[in-house]
Design a protein around this ligand. Structure first.
Ligand code: SAM
Length: 292
């Protein structure tokens, strides 16, 4: 087996060989600990019949661990300077495809249909660029890709928000948007020392597992997310106050909102952070006709 890319010495050698300098603006913090990589990949539960989609392979630290475990790896990298590096570091693996692209611009659905149809299951596995974690996750979920799930590293504070339960400080519209589609758990907390350069924030890996059916059937998912976002605009305010401000013409239609809250058994003086996804779902169904 090849020597790991992700040791501090080999990483330094590769960076030096290519005269590579990190771009903070692209969230470039590379992993330099093979144990962490093995751990991340084991959470993805890949087999040779699986495919992995990676976002931001960097110099290939995680990519090679995926290539050793999965049948196929498709990795999207925005930084053109890394393409010759990856061609070199990943040359021992013939099951990796690197695509030079901004993941936010890619038609992943189309790539899926053309390249990943024949795999038993597909996982997204990545050490994400932290500056775009949320847009990337929401894009992949809204694209309705037939993935089994995701194992992704991010800023710990965002991981806490994604996995939060109702009634906690971290719970909000992001928790609802993600947990509507996926079961979410923190897989591990990751120390700063395993990155080069070290990030300023703490990191965590989360595991998302696609739900067979959503926790509640809603008339319109977009509208559910609109109602939940609108309920958290000012966290300290009651749900009735937030909805009055956020729904179109909400102030004039206060009685209609109160009636909808009553129908689904939610006291108007509760705060958004106390409502479960199921309650938000029922509420959005009640409000849909009047406010969508
Ligand atoms: N996977 C490598 C590792 O773990 O060592 C690198 C991870 S580093 C945190 C994030 C990577 O994402 C960088 O290589 C960066 O260039 C790339 N990146 C940043 N924004 C991106 C985007 N919008 N689309 C694709 N790749 C992106």
């Amino acid at each position: 087996m090849q020597k790991d890319i992700a040791t501090p010495i080999r990483t330094q050698e590769i960076l030096k060989k290519y005269g590579f300098s990190f771009k903070k603006s692209l969230g470039q913090n590379f992993l330099i600990d093979p144990n962490i990589l093995r751990n991340i990949v084991s959470h993805a539960e890949l087999t040779e019949e699986s495919a992995a989609i990676e976002i931001g392979p960097g110099i290939g630290a995680l990519t090679e661990h995926l290539a050793r475990t999965a049948g196929k790896v498709v990795a999207f990298e925005i930084d053109q300077r890394l393409l010759p590096v990856l061609a070199d570091t990943l040359s021992p693996y013939d099951n990796v495809e690197i695509i030079h692209a901004d993941i936010l611009e890619v038609d992943v659905q189309q790539m899926f249909e053309s390249q990943l149809q024949n795999y038993k299951d597909v996982m997204v596995v990545a050490n994400l660029p932290y500056y775009v974690t949320t847009p990337i996750l929401l894009k992949l979920l809204m694209d309705r890709l037939p993935i089994r799930g995701m194992v992704v590293m991010m800023q710990k504070e965002v991981a806490d928000r994604i996995t939060a339960s109702p009634g906690t400080k971290a719970y909000g519209s992001l928790s609802i948007a993600i947990q509507y589609y996926m079961e979410a758990e923190i897989a591990m907390i990751v120390p700063k020392a395993v990155f080069m350069p070290q990030p300023n924030v703490d990191s965590a890996v989360i595991k998302l597992t696609r739900r067979e059916v959503p926790p509640i059937q809603v008339i319109d998912e977009e509208f559910l997310f609109k109602v939940s976002r609108g309920s958290f605009v000012q966290r300290r305010k009651t749900i009735i106050n937030n909805l009055q401000s956020s729904l179109p013409n909400g102030k004039a239609k206060k009685d209609i909102i109160i009636q909808a809250l009553g129908k689904v058994g939610v006291d108007p003086t509760r705060r958004g952070e106390t409502l479960s996804i199921e309650e938000f779902g029922k509420l959005s169904n009640e409000l849909y006709e009047e406010f969508h």
